[in-house]
Design a protein around this ligand. Structure first.
Ligand code: DC
Length: 234
């Protein structure tokens, strides 16, 4: 069957990554977590005291950053590597979450990461999640999903994720972080978070992960059948 690109966008902590990961496994596609790429750059900037207002330092730093994803058989998902070091756990910590929106608003950072993301999907067969995948990275993606959920539910889910990583964070702190990231992600000049006109919106507030996956899987299969049909038709 013809392979497609599935673009999943939405606000922080709406269940994008969890859903995208399972969906990719079911389809036999590659999963790319673009948020992890921005987080890895933010971690590098923190560790190397890179000032986001210093364009020269930012450009120079980007030449020193190599991000890769390597499959972890124990967790059955890919871990993020920054210059050869596994940073999967570190990039999820709150101090990185607090820096990442500032870093991801920088045009030079976005240009660099978008180019890498486009290369990763050259052969299609990819599920990619982020903020600008359907609007900017792959405006012609065959399937676009936009995920939303109520704030309390998003914050609670993020708290549980952090707890699973042995971090105890107050719900109010998580809400404050998510709210400030939503604001920065939607108001930045460079490819802000927007729902693409042709995206399917899914509200995950009252549905389980399994239901989210089933719902997108059904739409994906429908799209693939439609595309195959058109190809045969020509
Ligand atoms: O999905 P996440 O919460 O791990 O993403 C972390 C941050 O990275 C998010 O606040 C905004 C930024 N981001 C982005 O600007 N563009 C993307 N495609 C993915 C993430």
């Amino acid at each position: 069957m013809k392979k497609i690109i599935v673009a999943i966008d939405g606000y922080s902590a709406c269940g994008k990554s969890t859903t995208a990961k399972i969906l990719a496994a079911k389809l036999g596609y590659v999963y790319v977590d673009t948020g992890a790429m921005y987080r890895a750059v933010a971690l590098y900037f923190i560790e190397h005291y890179i000032n986001c207002t210093n364009q020269k330092a930012v450009t120079e730093a980007l030449t020193q950053i190599h991000i890769s994803f390597i499959y972890n058989h124990k967790t059955e998902s890919s871990d993020t590597y920054l210059n050869g070091l596994n940073v999967e756990n570190e990039i999820r910590k709150m101090y990185v979450s607090e820096k990442v929106s500032e870093v991801s608003a920088l045009p030079a950072v976005r240009k660099n990461l978008v180019e890498q993301q486009q290369k990763l999907a050259r052969k299609k067969g990819v599920v990619m999640d982020g903020r600008d995948i359907g609007t900017h990275v792959f405006p012609n993606a065959e399937l676009k999903i936009f995920m939303v959920a109520d704030m309390e539910v998003r914050a609670y889910r993020r708290q549980q994720e952090l707890f699973a990583r042995k971090q105890i964070v107050d719900l109010a702190d998580i809400i404050a972080n998510i709210e400030s990231r939503d604001l920065m992600d939607t108001t930045r000049e460079e490819s802000p978070l927007r729902k693409a006109a042709d995206a399917y919106e899914i509200d995950t507030t009252y549905i389980t992960v399994e239901e989210q996956v089933d719902c997108i899987m059904n739409i994906a299969v429908g799209r693939m059948i439609e595309l195959e049909y058109r190809v045969e038709d020509i």
